[in-house]
Design a protein. Sequence first.
Length: 445
Amino acid sequence: MKTKNSIIILAIALFTSCDVLEQSPTNNVSDSEVGTSASAAATLLNGAYHRLAASNYYGGGFFTTSVALASDNTEWVGSYQFLGNFDQHNYQADNSANLSAWYSIYSAINAANQTIKLTSEASGISDAEKNRIIAEATIIRSLGLFDLARTWGNIPIIKEATSSPTQFNGVKQSDAKTVYQTVINDILSVKNDLAQPKTRGNAYISQPVADAFLARVYLYQEDWANAEKYASQVISLSDYYELVPISDWLANKQTKESILELAYSSSFSNEYYYYWQRVGGGRQEIGLSQELYDLITSPKTGGDRAILVSDDSTPAERLLTAKLYWRDGNDDDPAYVFRLAEQYLIRAEARAKQGKFEGAIADLNAIRQRSHVAKYNGGTDQIDIIAAIDQERRIELAFEPHRWFDLVRTNRAVEVLGIDSHYTLFPIPNTDVLVDEDLEQNNGY
């Protein structure tokens, strides 16, 4: 399977060439070193974290930018037509941003697979430490598979480190439902080997990260009982997590709001600011939609969250901007992979779908009250409550990659965005389809 090997070979080159969030040890290590060094195994894991945080994955580049522009939360205000295609919903299989995101996610998967393989073969490391490293790498791989499936739908599941150019010949694509179940099985298989958050901190994967991840995947599967169960397990950990004031969240990194927050530095930057801001060398390809801006800045719906946005319009141009990025001008804004607010909203939706309306409204109000928005006083039937939860997700999670996927998973993207149904999945990159006989293009492309 040529394309899957080209992805993985590219991933190896990227995996062995960079520092990881300025952590020690670095992520450049030979296979032979792993057998004699616990620190070498940790270095491999750091490499996998680096690929998760890379610019074209969670580091603000083409994955997060493309899915943001595909939603109704944003509009294209720049000149990169390959990004404008997502706002206009005319992206095709030769789109360069689409290709870069696809490759970057598979790079993270391969870095995780390399970590799992070489750590499992290592000596000079305790079983508990070995199992923890393998578990964290497994979660990183599962995040990659999940993001591929919810973006492209039908994707090859790669769970081995590459060792030869023909290794994955004959590996067919799996549909999203199959991928989601694979992800759930893998998370459950390693969850107990993960550390507690007090040991690793919220810049690393711990047991509550696994629970938060399970809650999200079960939400996508519409398994409401399990979505509620795992979100509740995270919410109950009040010693570790809490909904902090919006002003504190904006001003600080690694707050108790974060379950998994990827850290950046001046030498390893989160490039999302580049697409949101014109300052600091940015080119501002993304602006807020007027509808979202109005929701965030209204005291009735946005409350304290109004400080996250600004109106930078001129007489010649409307420009509504996210202030969440470029906070201090050091390119080191964090990326939020899992946040406590999402868990409340997952549980609210899951409870509403099960007819547990009182609990659903309580969770919704927890988010509203944190931002000093009045308690929900709308209708008490399921349709009204779900609509309120959806709007709260749109506002609260506006700058994280959720809105596009929320529209797709709830089968509303066609109606809300006025798009053809095939655009609810991104196209498999054409360069890969042309050279890989095992890959089939998504319908409509």
